[in-house]
Design a protein around this ligand. Structure first.
Ligand code: SF4
Length: 103
């Protein structure tokens, strides 16, 4: 086995200790529950989103891709009602389309 000379104060023990600690840290970060990771993401306030508790024309939360039934939104904080609306409205694909026929 060939001996490797490490530069400066790095001993084999120091390098192996650092690698071990990095491995432990990586495992710990990977083990974080998804709920903790999601909680770290800030939602936009209703004021900034200009949220209102009534529809804007035919646009309302229940047909928005961001809506999380029964009363949450992926983007906007706080309680969101299905009949609400905000400036981030984005329609679900096929929202308002006729249901498929039973043929
Ligand atoms: S309209 Fe705004 S508040 Fe409502 S679900 Fe869509 S993004 Fe959220």
């Amino acid at each position: 086995m060939q001996k490797v000379n490490l530069p400066g104060p790095w001993s084999r023990r120091t390098v192996l200790t650092c690698m071990g600690r990095m491995g432990v840290a990586a495992v710990a970060l990977g083990a974080l529950p998804v709920s903790v990771a999601r909680a770290a993401v800030q939602k936009i306030s209703q004021k900034i989103a200009q949220y209102q508790d009534h529809p804007k024309g035919t646009q309302h939360c229940s047909v928005c891709v961001q809506f999380l039934p029964p009363d949450q939104c992926k983007l906007v904080a706080g309680k969101i009602i299905p009949n609400g609306w905000c400036i981030f409205f984005a329609p679900k694909p096929n929202a308002g389309a006729a249901p498929p026929s039973a043929s």
